[in-house]
Write a protein that binds this ligand. Structure first.
Ligand code: CUA
Length: 305
């Protein structure tokens, strides 16, 4: 088999597009090589082939015709590729959200229920998944050929991947961005299980409290509550229900409190200061790990209660 097994709902669409591209490029190459060979023979030195100027229809109508046809053909390919891409990108509502933190040289996975894995990801079949990914050092790339998915994982921001696995089995996970000495060993496996097996797997994992619950503990440990929860001495915005709401900025405008905004607010608090507050919050860079941030954001998304 040339392509890896197709194990996600969009894999077939990507494969059809892939073969269409291969077919079109192949046909173009064949045509060019065939004409090249034909003319090389026909016009080789010494033959009595006609060598004068071409008749006008060749230099005008046919020339314009093939240029326009080629342009239209490749525009069609572009449209097809874009439509496959846009069909993949939208996030299905109620997708299961899983966090991925990459580092040299491993994949750390955090499930919404608080289960953690390294270089392994367990998923139930047929359930839409949204991966929210970040790196704690350099650029990595999350690549699962069986799902026809590849997305860069960047330090300092979150990138997402959406898919629905539709085959039970274990599929290889690669890092597809050169990230240092052991890049080629930054491997893992995605195990897609039936819903019953998945439920059993979840139960077998050590109980650590949901990600949001762990986030509350981090929130307390880092002392966030000291300023952000009913404090009289230090004036800081309340964080209850902040996720997804527009925040007024010092200097005008609004920013929606999404994952990237919240992460920046923790790591680079001087960057986006909420209107009406002094820029007094210290940065938590080097204090909070990426996993701490993931947990705190989960806590804020759950309403910070
Ligand atoms: Cu991580 Cu290559």
């Amino acid at each position: 088999m040339i392509l890896p097994v197709a194990a996600s709902t969009q894999a077939t669409r990507v494969d059809v597009l892939f073969w269409l591209m291969v077919g079109t490029s192949g046909a173009v190459i064949l045509l060019v090589v065939a004409l090249l060979a034909f003319f090389s023979v026909k016009y080789r030195r010494g033959t009595r082939a006609k060598r004068g100027a071409l008749p006008t229809p060749f230099t005008r109508e046919i020339e314009i015709g093939w240029t326009v046809a080629t342009f239209a053909g490749f525009l069609f390919l572009f449209w097809w590729a874009a439509s496959v891409q846009t069909a993949i990108v939208p996030i299905p509502r109620h997708a299961m959200e899983i966090h991925v933190v990459a580092k040299q040289w491993m994949w750390k996975i955090e499930h919404p229920g608080g289960q953690r894995e390294i270089d392994a990801l367990h998923l139930p079949v047929g359930v839409p998944v949204k991966l929210v990914m970040t790196s704690q050092d350099v650029i990595h790339s999350f690549f699962v050929p069986a799902f026809r998915l590849k997305q860069d994982v960047l330090p300092g921001r979150y990138t997402e991947l959406n898919f629905t696995p539709d085959k039970v089995g274990t599929f290889r996970l690669f890092c597809a961005e050169y990230c240092g000495t052991n890049h080629s060993k930054m491997l893992g496996g995605v195990t897609v299980m039936t819903r019953q097996d998945y439920a059993r797997w979840l139960e077998g994992e050590p109980e650590a409290g949901t990600l949001a619950r762990q986030g509350k503990a981090v929130f307390t440990r880092l002392g966030c509550a000291g300023c952000h929860v009913n404090s009289d001495t230090i004036h800081a915005p309340s964080l209850a229900g902040i996720y997804g709401t527009p925040q007024p900025m010092t200097g005008g405008g609004f920013k929606v409190a999404d994952e990237d905004y919240l992460r920046d607010s923790i790591m680079l608090p001087g960057q986006d200061v909420v209107a009406g507050y002094a820029p007094v919050m210290p940065s938590y860079q080097g204090v909070a790990s990426e996993e701490d941030v993931v947990k705190v954001i989960a806590y804020l998304k759950a309403g910070a209660k």
